[in-house]
Design a protein. Structure first.
Length: 224
């Protein structure tokens, strides 16, 4: 019984080492997968962009890839994958933008305070004594100036938003897209591999290489 358990441990250890070796080898091979796996036949020649990248992905996995598109350049983005990942890989391209949040000005604080307190302090409920200078200490201009100053100290406030520019599922699952950058653009390529995520600890047969090949060329002048 002890010998059987010992043999089972050796087998499990061997399988673990084998799986680790396989994954390590797959990662090495995936590093340059986009160079040999991607690329469109009969496509106009463009220059290879060093932002191109490949990675191992699993069925049902969603991953994001970031790139910068520079003004005055035409781009071709091609997404390719190994056959064992199944059908068409879905990808979306978003533009990442930083939106300025205008801080609340001192006038806004005073206006909102007036709106909030005007209904509560009606002449029917309060006498002239209630409106003494002492009772107005909490509603002085200084208190609002101080609150506005605290907001100003934080500096400009921004929020990041993503605007959907392209979805290949609405374009016949096209593996590539060509576009012209109008101004420098910070883009996010969201890649979704079809299938359901495996619950098994070893996902060797459920993974494969996904490549993103980026090519560019200087935009040609159009018009007269």
């Amino acid at each position: 019984m002890v010998k059987i358990v010992s043999n089972m441990k050796k087998i499990i250890l061997f399988l673990g080492i084998l799986a680790t070796s396989y994954i390590s080898q797959a990662q090495t091979e995936c590093t340059t997968y986009h160079r040999k796996g991607c690329g469109e036949k009969n496509a106009a020649p463009m220059y290879y962009d060093t932002q191109s990248k490949s990675a191992i992905m699993a069925k049902g996995q969603v991953s994001e890839f970031h790139m910068i598109a520079y003004n005055g350049q035409d781009y071709r983005v091609t997404v390719c994958h190994e056959e064992n990942l199944g059908g068409e890989v879905k990808y979306k391209i978003y533009e990442k933008q930083k939106i300025f949040i205008k801080p609340k000005a001192e006038e806004d604080y005073q206006e909102s305070a007036t709106e909030e307190t005007s209904d509560d302090y009606s002449s029917d409920d309060y006498s002239e004594d209630d409106y003494s200078e002492d009772n107005y200490d909490d509603y002085s201009d200084e208190s609002y100036s101080e609150e506005a100053a605290q907001v100003a100290k934080k500096g400009p406030q921004f929020k990041i938003v993503k605007e959907l520019l392209y979805d290949n599922s609405q374009d016949g699952y096209s593996p590539f897209i060509e576009f012209t950058a109008e101004g420098s653009m910070s883009l996010i390529i969201e890649i979704s591999v079809p299938g359901s995520e495996s619950k098994m600890k070893l996902k060797v047969l459920e993974t494969g290489c996904v490549g993103v090949l980026i090519e560019h060329v200087k935009s040609k002048k159009t018009g007269f």
